[in-house]
Design a protein around this ligand. Sequence first.
Ligand SMILES: Cc1cc2nc3c(=O)[nH]c(=O)nc-3n(C[C@H](O)[C@H](O)[C@H](O)COP(=O)(O)OP(=O)(O)OC[C@H]3O[C@@H](n4cnc5c(N)ncnc54)[C@H](O)[C@@H]3O)c2cc1C
Ligand SMILES: *[C@@H]1O[C@H](CO)[C@@H](O)[C@H](O)[C@H]1NC(C)=O
Ligand SMILES: *[C@@H]1O[C@H](CO)[C@@H](O)[C@H](O)[C@H]1NC(C)=O
Ligand SMILES: *[C@@H]1O[C@H](CO)[C@@H](O)[C@H](O)[C@H]1NC(C)=O
Ligand SMILES: *[C@@H]1O[C@H](CO)[C@@H](O)[C@H](O)[C@H]1NC(C)=O
Ligand SMILES: *[C@@H]1O[C@H](CO)[C@@H](O)[C@H](O)[C@H]1NC(C)=O
Ligand SMILES: *[C@@H]1O[C@H](CO)[C@@H](O)[C@H](O)[C@H]1NC(C)=O
Length: 608
Amino acid sequence: MRLLTIGLLELVAGLGLTRAALFADPANLPSDREYEYIIVGAGPGGSVVASRLSEDPDINVLLIEAGPNDEGVLGIEVPYLGYTLQPDTAYDWNYTTTPQTGLDGRVIVYSRGRVLGGSSSINLMVWTRSSRDDFDRYASVSGDDGWSWNAVEPYFRKIEHLVPPVDHHNTSGQVDFDIHGHIGPVNITVANVPFPIDPHVYGTTQDLSDEFPYNEDMNSGDPIGIGWTQGTYGNGMRSSATSSYVRPVLTRPNLDVLVNTTVTEVITTGEDVEGHVPVFAGVQVAQSSTSTSFALRATKEIILSAGAINTPQILMLSGIGPSLHLASVGVETLVDNPTVGQHLADHPRVSNQFGVATGEDDLYDAIARNSTLFDEVLAEWEAGKQGVMANGGSNHIGWLRIPEDDPVWLTEEDPSAGPTSPHYEFLFRPGFTSTVTGTPVPSTGYFITISAVVVSPSSSGSVTLSSGSPFDFPTIDPAFLSTSFDAYAMRTAIRSVGRFVSASTWDGFITGQAASFASVDLDSDEAVDAWARSQASTIWHPTGTARMGGCIDNDSVVDPDLRVKGTKGLRVIDASVLPFIPAAHPQAVVYAFAERAADLIKSGRQFC
Ligand SMILES: Cc1cc2nc3c(=O)[nH]c(=O)nc-3n(C[C@H](O)[C@H](O)[C@H](O)COP(=O)(O)OP(=O)(O)OC[C@H]3O[C@@H](n4cnc5c(N)ncnc54)[C@H](O)[C@@H]3O)c2cc1C
Ligand SMILES: *[C@@H]1O[C@H](CO)[C@@H](O)[C@H](O)[C@H]1NC(C)=O
Ligand SMILES: *[C@@H]1O[C@H](CO)[C@@H](O)[C@H](O)[C@H]1NC(C)=O
Ligand SMILES: *[C@@H]1O[C@H](CO)[C@@H](O)[C@H](O)[C@H]1NC(C)=O
Ligand SMILES: *[C@@H]1O[C@H](CO)[C@@H](O)[C@H](O)[C@H]1NC(C)=O
Ligand SMILES: *[C@@H]1O[C@H](CO)[C@@H](O)[C@H](O)[C@H]1NC(C)=O
Ligand SMILES: *[C@@H]1O[C@H](CO)[C@@H](O)[C@H](O)[C@H]1NC(C)=O
C-alpha cells in the first residue's frame, strides 16, 4: 500500500512538466481534487502562503487570481519599465477614489495590481522593512509578541536574497551585508546604475548632517536618515511574489493556480455547533459578470489575500461587515463587524521639481524624449540585463522625523509608532515626475524630482460597497490630508526638501524650483499648503481595512492569528490586516506577515 502510494506520487511528479498546474478556467480544474486550502489573490500575501502551505505534499492548495498570468510580460520583467504598468493597463484594477476634500475635491487615480504577483508585479520595487517601533506597536496592539521587530526580523532574512548589482560596483557602505538574507526567494539589490544626482544626495548628508544624516542601511530597524534604496530585483529582473514564491514551485503536484477568475464571495456550510459562528468552507467564482458561477470547496480554510481594497470588498459581499451598510446595498449580514473596510490608511505624496543645469544630469527625460536612446538602453537590457533599464527608479530615499521641539507637538499627538518611525520621506529621481496623473514631461528643460511623502499619517478613510455586485468597483476614500497633522506634516516635508537642496553641493547643479513648483513660495504656509492640495496623490500603499487587534478588542477584524473574528475557517493574510500603516513602503511588511502567518497555520496555533 505504501509502495503504491509512493509510486503514484512519483508518477504525478514525473508528469509535472505536462500537468497543467496553471488553469485559466474554473471549469478545467480537476474534478476529483479536494483542496485543504483555497487562497484568494496572488500578491505577496497569497503567494507566500500558497508556497509555504504546499511545502507539505499531503496538503492540496488552490491559489485563485482575478488577473492574468504575468510570465513573459516585458514591462513586468524590466525594472525600469515598472512605471508603464499603471494606470489603466491590462494589469490594473483601474480604481479611482472619491473626491478628496483635503485635495481640493480632486479624484485620485488609485491603481492596484491585477495579475499574478498582484501589486508586486506592477510596483516600483522599493524594499523597506519598516521600523522597530512599527512592529513593536503591532505586538502591543495585538497582545502577541510574535509580531514584534525582534520576532519578525528573522522572517526578513528568510525572504531575502541580497544579490550584487549588475554593474558589480563595490557596495561597501551602501548596504549592510550582515543584516540581510542570502538564500531566500526574493532577490533584492542596491542601485545597479549610478545617477548623476547620487554624489549630491550623499554630499548633502555630509554638508547638513544634523538634519539629514547618512544611514548605511535603512533596513536595520532604524531607518532614520538618507541612504541607498534597496529594490526587489536582481540580475536585472524584477522579483515579484509569483516569480519568487510561486513559479519556482509550480511543479508541485499539490499546488494549483487558477488565473483570470474572480472570487465573488466566500460561502458558508452553516454554523459551528459550539460557538454558533458561521463556518466558511468555500468560495464562489466567476470569470465575468455574465459568465457561469462555480462553487469551490476547501476542507480546512479559506484565506483572503486580495489586498487592502478587495479583501474588505469580498468580506462585505459575503455578509461580514457593518450591518447597516450591508443592508443599504442589499447584502444580508452574517457577522456584524463595523470595522470591516474602515481604517484605510495610505501615504500621500507630492512631487517637487527642480531644474538642473545640464542635459546629462537629467537621465530619465533624455530617455523619455528620445526614442533612439530608449531603444538603445532597452537593447542593452535585452543583450545582457545591463544598463539603466536594469535599475529601479530611485537610488536614494530619506526618512525623517519632525523634531521633538517643533511647536506642532503642543497641539497634536504624534501618530508615529516611536522614535525609529519617520514622519515623512524623500524620494530622489533624475528626471521630471508629477503626482498629477497625466502631466506630460515638458518638451524642453532639464529636471530632477524630489518627492515628499507623509509616512505616519493620522488620516483614516474607508472602503465600502457601491452595490451588492462583485463586479462593481468599491467606493474608496483614503481621506488624504484630512487631518491638521497630515497637512502640517506635508508642509514640513516640502519645506525640508527646500532645505535639502540648499546644501552647497547643489550649487551650479540645480538651477532652482521648476515647472509648476517654480512659483511656490516656500516661506508662505498658504502657498505650500495650496501646492500640496493641488498636487498630492497616492504612493499606492493602502492598508488597514481588515485590521488585526487583540482577542477582546472590538475595533478589529482579525485576531493575532489573522483569523476573521466571529467566523470559523476564514483568515486574512495581506496588507488589510496591518492595524497601523507602516512608515515604509509596505511590501516587505506584507511578505513578513505572510511568512509568519504560514507558520501559524502550520502549527495550528489558537492564540485567543
Ligand atoms: C503602482 C504601485 C507601486 C508600488 N510601489 C511599491 C514599492 O515600491 N515598494 C513597496 O513596498 N510597495 C509598493 N507598492 C505596494 C505593494 O505592492 C503592496 O503593498 C503589496 O503588493 C500588497 O500585497 P497584498 O498581497 O496585500 O495585495 P496585492 O499585491 O494588491 O495583491 C492582491 C491580489 O489579489 C487579487 N484579487 C483581488 N480581488 C480578487 C478577487 N475577488 N478574486 C481573485 N483575486 C483577487 C488581485 O488581482 C491581486 O493580484 C506599490 C503598489 C502599486 C500599485
Ligand atoms: C486571461 O485573460 C487575458 C485577458 O485579460 C487573456 O489575454 C489571456 O489569454 C487569458 N489567459 C488564458 C490562459 O486564457
Ligand atoms: C483597465 O483598463 C485597461 C485599459 O483600458 C483595460 O484593458 C483593463 O481591462 C481594465 N481593467 C479592469 C479590471 O477593468
Ligand atoms: C570595497 O570597499 C571597501 C571600503 O572602501 C574596501 O574595504 C573593500 O576591500 C572593497 N572590496 C572590494 C572587493 O574591493
Ligand atoms: C534571483 O537570482 C537568481 C540568481 O542569483 C536567479 O537564479 C533567480 O531566478 C532569481 N529569482 C527571481 C525571483 O528572479
Ligand atoms: C538621441 O539618442 C541618440 C542615441 O544615443 C543620439 O545619438 C542622438 O543624438 C539623440 N538625439 C537627440 C536629439 O538628443
Ligand atoms: C467597542 O466597545 C466599546 C465599549 O464597550 C464601545 O464604546 C465602542 O463603541 C465599541 N466599538 C465598536 C467599533 O464596536
